[in-house]
Design a protein around this ligand. Structure first.
Ligand code: FAD
Length: 292
């Protein structure tokens, strides 16, 4: 863990990232699980530009899953995966390469008794990610995916994925998207989120509500009740270090609450890219440093 002597940026990062190595990620995951939360662990990294790097990310996930198994943390701790970190964008068969590595990770997750959720990146990757998801679900039907409500297409994707066994994490969307493919105002994104969530709640799959927004969380609870879902039949998800007290409150109220927990040494790039992509992300992280 970083100490008070480290530069301020490191201490800020420490608030949102579990650490650089597996033992640190495991220690934080253990604490969160002991507090009644569940966890999805992300090995930081994206936009892999070589097959060697993609292989290294794949190997890191296998190490992580073996450690989760040995620590007895599965199934309360699962993993989240960015396909771009597994080489999805590499020329000459990047998608197939990422699929092959993702298959190995899913097999290791199955062995450990836990699950995998695919993060969603910007709109140019959605078709490819959903195609990989379809392939993975043939053998591993429990693989989940994140869908960004800001994209016009997501309403239809939710209809396609609101089926038995399907796990969908609905989020607002973290990437700055062009007006040709996405809603851009906060009010439009919120309205789209609720339309998509209603489809997921009324469908046969397992909805995962990935938001810190109190209004959306209250609506999610209402939509779940209207759809006849019990509290075991959907879950809330929030980022590590963001609205921590609200996470504890939801868990204490009997809701399933999963924390997205990033770890790894690629945190610097992760933060810089997030801030460059969408300046509002700076406000998002800064707000989390204020008392709730
Ligand atoms: P915001 O629009 O950021 O905030 C809405 C309201 O929530 C605020 O007005 C405020 O009232 C309240 N609020 C927010 N933060 C705080 C705070 N710190 N303290 C107090 N109140 C606060 N994006 C992707 O594109 N792909 C992914 O795969 C992906 N995975 C994600 C996984 C998880 C578990 C989560 C939580 C998010 C993920 N995201 C992903 C990011 C997501 O798309 C949003 O960018 C991010 O969650 C911010 O949107 P929000 O719904 O939390 O609400």
């Amino acid at each position: 863990m970083f100490t008070g002597d480290e530069p301020v940026t490191r201490r800020v990062v420490d608030r949102f990232v579990a650490g650089e190595h597996v033992p640190q990620a495991l220690a934080v995951a253990r604490r969160l699980v002991d507090e009644g939360l569940t966890v999805t662990i992300d090995h930081l990294g994206e936009d892999t530009s070589t097959r060697e790097r993609a292989d290294a990310v794949g190997a890191a996930y296998l190490t992580l899953l073996a450690a989760l198994d040995a620590a007895g943390l599965a199934p309360r701790a699962e993993v989240s995966l960015k396909l771009s970190a597994l080489g999805q964008a590499l020329p000459d068969g990047g998608e197939r390469y990422a699929l092959r590595l993702a298959r190995r990770i899913c097999a290791a997750a199955q062995q450990a008794g836990t699950t995998v959720t695919l993060d969603m990146e910007d709109h140019t990757t959605v078709d490819s990610t959903l195609s990989v998801l379809r392939d993975l679900r043939v053998d591993f039907p429990w693989v989940g995916v994140a869908l960004p409500a800001c994209l016009f297409r997501t309403a239809a994707d939710c209809v396609d994925l609101a089926t038995t066994g399907s796990r969908v994490r609905l989020v607002k969307g973290a990437y700055a998207e062009p007006a040709s493919v996405a809603y851009r105002s906060g009010a439009e994104v919120d309205a789209a989120f609720l339309r998509c969530l209603e489809v997921l709640m009324r469908g046969a799959g397992y909805p995962m509500v990935g938001s810190h927004d109190p209004a959306l969380i209250a609506h999610a609870d209402r939509l779940a009740r209207l759809a006849g879902r019990s509290r075991d039949d959907y879950e809330y998800q929030m980022l590590y270090g963001v609205r921590t007290r609200e996470q504890a409150r939801l868990a204490a109220a009997g809701h399933r609450m999963r924390v997205y927990l990033p770890y790894g040494d690629d945190w610097y790039g992760y933060f810089l890219r997030r801030l460059a992509e969408r300046p509002a992300n700076l406000l998002f992280f800064l707000r989390s440093l204020l008392p709730e």
